[in-house]
Design a binder for this molecule. Structure first.
Ligand code: AR6
Length: 172
């Protein structure tokens, strides 16, 4: 059954007018390719300055900055696991990315959050496995909240394969 608080769209995450967009960053937090590169380009150097100040982020953890020139209010930077065969805690670390990002959003009173498909690009996490983890973790977080804190989570699927996977999972 579709979840009333979860949407799936195919869009450039830098264009979204939400409280927080999540970045699939790396541990150094100094920018890179993929969605990380797009966010730093669109947001401007303010984000990089804040990231330098923070100094880095462990895999599965999340930190927050402003969103510079983008329409979103904040950027939550999380570091996904690099896929290394599947027996190196990758599933749990990816789950942590989604949960810790939502927890941080909640702490900052941010109620609408957009996620990219963390780890499924440069970090090579298998897309279907990642999509199941993302959907399950987000549903669990929303359903377990004592008082409703997050009102909308949007999965931003850049490629058609991810869009089809997420649409299928959310309509199960
Ligand atoms: N909006 C939404 N999604 C996007 C965008 C965009 N503008 N651009 C790419 N994607 P990746 P990772 C999708 O590689 O696998 C960076 O160099 C993309 O199609 O960005 O977690 C970092 O600095 C894919 O589905 O992130 C790290 O070093 C998804 O975003 C490393 O890559 C994630 O792909 C992180 O690798």
């Amino acid at each position: 059954m579709p979840h009333e608080k979860i949407d799936v769209i195919q869009e450039d995450i830098t264009k979204l007018e939400v409280d927080a967009i999540v970045n699939a960053a790396n541990k150094k937090l100094l920018g890179g390719g993929g969605v990380d590169g797009a966010i730093h380009r669109a947001g401007g150097k303010e984000i990089l300055e804040e990231c330098k100040e923070i100094g880095g982020c462990e895999t599965g953890e999340a930190v927050i900055t402003t969103a510079g020139k983008m329409p979103a209010r904040r950027v939550i930077h999380t570091v996904g696991p690099v896929w290394n065969g599947g027996d190196n805690n990758e599933d749990r670390l990816l789950e942590n990315c989604y949960r810790n990002s939502l927890q941080l959003a909640k702490e900052y009173g941010l109620t609408t959050v957009a996620f990219p498909n963390i780890s499924t690009g440069v970090y090579s996490f298998p897309k279907e496995r990642a999509a199941r983890i993302a959907v399950e973790t987000v549903e669990q977080f929303i359903n377990e909240a004592e008082e409703p804190s997050i009102t909308k989570v949007i999965f931003i699927c850049f490629d058609q394969e991810n869009f089809d996977l997420y649409s299928g999972l959310l309509n199960e």
